[in-house]
Design a protein. Sequence first.
Length: 274
Amino acid sequence: MSRIDKRFQSLLQKGKKGLIPFVTAGDPVAELTVPLMHAMVDAGADLIELGIPFSDPMADGPVIQKANQRALEHNTSLHDVLGMVQEFRKKDVATPVLFMGYLNPIEAMGYEDFADAAQQAGVDGLLIVDLPPEEAGEFNELLYQRDIDPVYLLAPTTTPQRMEIVSLEARGFVYYVSIRGVTGSAALDYAEISKSINEIRQHTRLPVGVGFGINSPESAVKIGEHADAVIIGSAIVKMMEDYNGDVQGVISAISDFLSSVRTALDENSHSQAQ
């Protein structure tokens, strides 16, 4: 059983919703990433999604595109990101870490070499935006053998047939994209999200995490009423830009924000249980 499976099982037993923050590794400076990862766990994060910097992040909006640019300005590589996870694991062996990125850097390293390095560093999941499940079979076998979960995106436009394909390859959880568009865009349609999650649950028993567009405790609570976990990216990454490298300031701001989301999720779960 992977660390992601164990974490979602624990959340279910406690009647809690998962909180998954996203940051781009190396943004705005490499030395911030590991301390921030620990701070986010202390603030209530259940799983950390770590972006691998890439020059053409097609699924991401302007906020996260800029984060990729800032990280690449400091030459943050896939090897560096693996090293950050290895450093994080010296103090935290329990919190799952999910990589989010694009195929090119992994292809350049080599699939098997990457899978070995990811396992050794302590990576628990992998979301590759431009590697569809129909083409991922051999690579996923390498991941399965190392208890690394391939995570896939589902969207409002995903057909039931494609949900079936994803359900065969996915492990850990599935990531529902709550809006039509790139990260950080548009407004949330909670009725559509509820309907889509119900449909997803007809095709997989995996937990459902929802991301894109969640930027407040209030929106997190509304999503948490339907999903197993809320995923917050652009709202956090925007703080990196605003603080412009003020390490302690950005850690404090992100910690305060995540703590407020964690409290709101827990209070809502408790009230629903009564």
